[in-house]
Design a protein around this ligand. Sequence first.
Ligand code: FEO
Length: 401
Amino acid sequence: MISKSMEKALNQQIALEGYASYLYLSMASWCENEGLEGCAQFLYRQSDEERAHMLRIFRYINEVDGHALSPGIKEPAHTFKSVRDLFEQVYTHEQKVTRSIHELVSQSYEEKDHTTLNFLQWYINEQREEEALMRTILDKIKLIGDTPQSLYFIDMELDKINQMTAQAEGGEGERPYDNYPFLIKNKRMKSQLATVALILILTNSLISQEQDSISANDIEPPLRLELTIDGKTYTLKDGDEIKLKGVAANPTVSVRSAAFRQFQFESVYFEYPTHFAYTYEEDFGYRIWSLDGSDFIILMFVYDVPVVLDELVDEMVAQFGEENCTITPFERKLGEIPCAGKRIEVSLIGQSLNYEILDIPYPDDKKRILAFQDIRDETGNSSSESTLTMQQINTSFKLIK
Ligand code: FEO
């Protein structure tokens, strides 16, 4: 038999889980109305899970001779500012549930109620997993943004979780998220993971990875400065010194940042616009650089494992849906180097994306792939950012032995 105070606290927990179920149901409905089928299905499922959490406590109270009370549920919100706002609310609510479970655990300690303490262990694990999942989804939304184009990708990712959940339910009963790429912590399946990484990054995503230490690759190529003295321009890096010959009387000096930075990693050199954001990711078997502009993204992948470009392209097309893609063989000369690859044109929800994926030939066992992602305007034209960037890459590209 449990104490009256424990019975009351557990009944409060029932109300909290019940509210979560109704809140997620309301969120599912909003997503469905917004055409976000993957998010909607995910939230319908979460709503069912919360009801199951509620019932589990309900049954427990009666089993230990208490009286479980069907809670009055406060009406949840029916509209949300954005998908990000919605998942922030989910995460906040999950944190609140976790705190409440921990308080119940403390109370059962104080009351020496070992039966309830034992019962609550399941909830502690459940909350840890749910919080981790929601936090990961939220981090991803923050990274991707929730523009209409990004929403499509977010929805696809949620759909992926739904499919894994369905598989797990019909399979060996493992946690549905155990195989979800964001949460992969072990290092098996190197080449598949590398493939998934390519797909995710190409869809404006980032896998959260634990990096052991900062490497030289983590450091963004330095900003270069153009120093002009009496009409003569010198390009300098941070820390550079120049010695001027002669004496200049009353010189006119100006300084501005150079328009391009120098990318030089894994024997590949090219210049890219100074304002592009630099990101580096690595895991066993591969390294990925991402240089992000407003409409144009440059990605370089270096694999230590055997990767076939066509297989990567097939994976990517499968992600976008074959019916949305046009694939053509493609060649481009970068600097003096002829590179072969594939062009994928993707049409999605009124957006047109153009990918060029090129094999960079180099005489070693590594595989270097350079990919360009360009968002086209309504008339199918490239952005000016894309045109300027490609011009600079085309002229500056070289392989360094
Ligand atoms: Fe049962 Fe997600 O709280």
